[in-house]
Write a protein that binds this ligand. Structure first.
Ligand code: URP
Ligand code: ZN
Ligand code: ZN
Length: 463
């Protein structure tokens, strides 16, 4: 099967050129000057005139069916990956969650059971390590052999996911030995839990308190501490969902000193703020996630970080909980609101809006949303680039189409949109996943058995 995508502006990290893309079965066969390939030899022709043609998005931070606070994030692997495809994301990397007292390997088996045969696009896993001991440290090696070479740890959520500095140090030593990446949720959870208890004791129970008891300094402090532990051990470190200027400054300094420190941010930190968490009638609960949304002034720093590459990846941290029934759990105490927000469908569009607004270049859009996550998590050049031999994960994007985001039209399995009413310029038109058209103006034509597990290599950026 040969598909010719002709006349589009083909994007990579340097910008765009007018070119044709030839797809053969699941792979890209060629990227040529326009008209080089004989149209008569193609089985299908897609006219991409006035459209961008870019590598499918890679969302390196999602939580489908994630257990949290007695409930589960509301997208299954099936619904979540379908929504991702609608938004031009053709790969997700989700987190398998080790519960305390269980093994990493049984956790990985469990996540394979949930995802295998149930995804519309390709997917990989990171591992959340909640229980550091001799067995789990040894099991990290088996995870790496199984294509899971990145391990998330938490400096937040004492008693649940939290690891002590000593535990983090031990895991980092193993990461140094094996070349694995430690991904860090960097918030000082001990201090936060104390502030949260004090707030509730004084009758402050509404959602905005979630943000107020998590000041940005406590993200900055934890980020610096994680960086110090990574320096002492020599481990590669990736800070997840960075939201605060203080944390960014710590990352920038470490990178300036040549340390293998990387960071991602998420669209919610670029576009939303703590003001959203203060919305009346418990509406603020829709925006409860950790780290919390910050004051608006942080947003300019984050956009700058994206330009300077101190923030090298944009992921969504997609972790949807319905407003009704799930966020409700914390109506009388913000500490019981399940943490997380939906977003997997809108990352490509929201970051394209950054191009429209002049915050980032076209090349940077592709880099932060596709090419860098591929290299960061050992998927390049299979993913993240339109080059001969790469998987034909391709987005055909109309840069001038207008759309309004809404829960009424999105495909995520959640009853609200964090971006309700946002008016955007640019829209995904056609999506191919390994050569198959899965989204087009005719609708979704994929299937939730199409996605394959991606056994990943280690980080491809280490110096
Ligand atoms: O609030 C969030 N971010 N929920 C998902 C879990 C995590 O910490 O990434
Ligand atoms: Zn986290
Ligand atoms: Zn997360």
């Amino acid at each position: 099967m040969r598909t010719l995508i002709k006349g589009g502006t083909v994007l990579d990290t340097t910008g765009g050129i007018t070119a044709d893309v030839l797809v053969e079965d699941e792979k890209i066969a060629a990227v040529t000057a326009p008209g080089v390939f004989d149209e008569a030899a193609a089985d299908e022709i897609i006219d991409a005139t006035d459209r961008y043609v870019l590598p499918g998005g890679i969302d390196a931070h999602t939580h489908m069916e994630m257990p949290f606070g007695g409930t589960f994030s509301h997208d299954t692997f099936g619904t979540g990956t379908t929504a991702a495809a609608w938004g031009g994301t053709t790969t997700i990397i989700d987190f398998a969650v080790q519960a305390k007292g269980t093994s990493l390997l049984s956790t990985l088996d469990k996540w394979h059971e949930k995802a295998d045969g149930n995804c519309a696009i390709d997917y990989g896993f990171h591992m959340i390590v909640s229980d550091v001991n001799d067995t789990t440290l040894k099991e990290m090696e088996t995870c790496i052999d199984g294509g899971v070479g990145s391990f998330k740890m938490f400096m937040a959520y004492p008693g649940v996911f939290y690891s002590t500095d000593g535990e983090i140090l031990r895991a980092m030593q193993k990461a140094r030995e094996t070349g694995a990446t430690i991904m860090m949720h960097a918030e000082n959870g001990i201090a936060i839990d104390e502030l949260a208890a004090q707030a509730v004791a004084s009758g402050k129970t509404d959602p905005v308190q979630h943000g107020l008891v998590r000041p940005p300094e406590l993200e900055g402090e934890a980020t610096s501490r994680a960086i110090t532990l990574a320096k002492v051990t020599g481990a590669p470190l990736y800070i997840v969902h960075l939201s605060a200027a203080q944390a960014l400054a710590a990352v920038a300094q470490a990178r300036g000193e040549g340390q293998n420190v990387f960071a991602e941010t998420c669209p919610q930190y670029l576009y939303l703020s703590i003001e959203d968490m203060a919305k009346p009638d418990f509406e603020g609960a829709k925006f409860v996630a950790s780290p919390p949304l910050r004051e608006k002034k942080h947003q300019a720093d984050l956009w700058r970080g994206l330009r300077t590459n101190d923030l090298s990846v944009v992921s969504t941290d997609h972790c949807p909980f319905c407003f009704k029934d799930q966020k409700e759990l914390g109506r009388t105490d913000f500490r019981a609101i399940p943490n997380g927000m939906p977003g997997v469908e809108h990352r490509m569009d929201l970051l394209h809006q950054g191009v429209v607004a002049g915050e980032i270049s076209l090349g940077r859009w592709v880099e932060a949303c596709s090419t860098t996550p591929a290299r960061m998590f050992g998927l390049y050049p299979r993913k993240g680039v339109l080059a001969p031999g790469s998987d034909a994960d391709i987005v055909i994007y109309d840069p001038t189409a207008r759309q309004t985001l809404s829960a009424a039209t999105h495909h995520m399995n959640v009853d609200y949109s964090a971006y309700e009413g946002f008016e955007l310029t640019g829209k995904v038109e056609i999506v191919l996943s390994r050569g198959k058209i899965v989204v087009s103006p005719a609708g979704f034509s994929g299937s939730t058995t199409h996605g394959k597990f991606l056994s990943r290599d280690l980080c491809q950026y280490l110096n």
